[in-house]
Ligand binder design. Sequence first.
Ligand SMILES: O=C(O)[C@@H](CO)OP(=O)(O)O
Length: 245
Amino acid sequence: MTYTLVLLRHGESEWNAKNLFTGWVDVALSEKGVEEARRGGRLLAENGILPDVVHTSLLRRAITTANLALDAADRHWIETKRSWRLNERHYGALQGKDKKQTLETYGEEQFMLWRRSYDVPPPDIELGSEFSQDSDARYAGEPIPRAEALAQVLDRALPYWDGEVVPDLKAGRTVLVAAHGNSLRAIIKHLDGVDDATIAGLNVPTGIPLVYELDENLAPVTPGGTYLDADAAAAAIAAVANQGR
Ligand SMILES: O=C(O)[C@@H](CO)OP(=O)(O)O
């Protein structure tokens, strides 16, 4: 008996296209991102992978991607669950900043520590500032962060993973998780047992379903899973790695 999990990073967002740090800022998909989401859904249908339940973050780029992909796969009607615990990593004071400018101002080493190190968070966002979420109604009463490294993303995603996603998998449901580059990196780290240094070099492309078959202990049958369009994934992964340059 194996379980089927599909991880889907949202399609390109307006701020991905502009090369801005996004985090919890609730930006929309670009036109290209809309197309990527639809294509992701078609890939699922063509491969006969039909989700029974979808889990998303509370951010519209993930929600819209899930809706478009599921519509394209004729699975728009399935059960939906959402949580801030699947949100993108909170990028703190970097939210809204240009990646190229940040690289030029702080240098390669600091830039990459903030972007990809496991446990160095960016500086805290100032409460009440333009790109802060501290008065956003959707997070009322939740212990929301002011900045996160990947370690903190994993800490807040794991309770949701264990409490909501694992029971769906164990019930034999095909589970789609539509989320973000860094929240999916955290889940992949957990699933594949990726060490802290190696996870720094792992990037997730937009809009291409990553399928995991999991054994009875929820260990991946194929480590790293399988992208439904491996060639497109390889090119897109390189592009994410090179952002800011
Ligand atoms: O800006 C962000 O929120 C993320 C994802 O787009 O960027 P990065 O890939 O640099 O972590």
